[in-house]
Design a protein around this ligand. Structure first.
Ligand code: SAM
Length: 263
């Protein structure tokens, strides 16, 4: 509905504002804006660095559109790999928990590929839980080590905050200015939440169930012993096309071996 010159002008403005994919973003803005006044307001918001997903109301994730409310962490394309792997590990009628669910992108993906499975989710942020529910996810407001039934799950996944506090400044300025710090900052070595996740997932998983979590940088060497100490084995790390570490899957042996390992 917008003339080509409007698109050209928007793309130029976004490029001047520092957007890395101005043409692509222009396409999304033009496709979603209901009228010229809204488009003008949206371009201004984007020029100020507000996440595109908050402006247009959603983002594509693992082949689906996910609603993303303002204030909620925007699911990243790289996280689709974790979702795909979790889907492969989840039995048809199995049970999965997505902790730190944010918009519920991973949980919604799991529910879509395993419609007969029971998928639940939690997040400490009530805005995130409201958003996840808008995405059709059964979500509760809870800290990552509370709110869900013990020993019941085949798969537990979580994209916890895992950026080391000292590396927060390396993130793009728009990310740190707009997205909630509590969704990003993982403490001194970035693994503060992952340590708690390992203990909590050992409580939630049945023996033989799988934990999947996102990590990066050199966290692989740190995460291996902490997962082993909570009773996990069969660690599989995955990397992106540039060879950077992106995540780990680990199998829970049993509560007994977990207790023995922690002695
Ligand atoms: C990096 S975001 C990941 C969101 C989502 N899984 C995704 O990939 O789009 C981390 C999420 O963890 C949540 N969070 C932070 N601390 C938490 C805690 N102690 N317990 C539960 N959730 C927490 C944040 O609110 C945020 O939604």
């Amino acid at each position: 509905m917008f003339a080509p010159e409007v698109g050209n002008e928007v793309a130029e403005r976004l490029a001047r504002a520092g957007c890395v994919a101005p043409e692509e973003e222009t396409g999304e803005l033009l496709a979603s804006a209901p009228d010229p006044a809204t488009l003008t307001a949206w371009v201004l918001r984007r020029e100020r660095g507000e996440p595109l997903a908050w402006i247009v109301g959603g983002v594509r994730f693992a082949g689906r559109t996910v609603h993303v409310d303002p204030g909620v962490y925007v699911p990243r394309a790289q996280t689709a790999e974790l979702a795909l792997r979790a889907g492969d590990l989840l039995p048809e009628r199995g049970r999965a928990a997505d902790l730190c669910t944010g918009s519920g992108a991973v949980a919604a993906y799991l529910a879509s590929v395993r419609p007969s499975a029971a998928v639940v989710a939690s997040d400490i942020d009530s805005r995130a839980v409201g958003c996840a529910r808008r995405n059709g996810v059964r979500a509760v407001v809870a800290d990552m080590d509370g709110g869900l039934e013990s020993g019941a799950f085949d798969v537990v996944c979580a994209v916890t905050p895992y950026v080391p506090s000292g590396a927060m400044h390396v993130l793009p300025a728009d990310v740190t200015r707009w997205e909630p710090r509590a969704a990003l900052d993982g403490g001194p070595d970035g693994l503060g939440h992952v340590r708690r996740l390992a203990v909590g997932a050992a409580r939630l998983l049945r023996a033989g169930g799988w934990l999947l979590t996102e990590i990066g940088g050199d966290q692989g060497t740190l995460v291996a012993p902490l997962l082993a100490a909570s009773g996990f084995d069969s660690l599989t790390f995955w990397h992106d096309d540039e060879g950077d570490l992106r995540g780990v899957a680990a199998r829970f042996r049993s509560a007994t071996s977990s207790a023995a390992a922690s002695r």
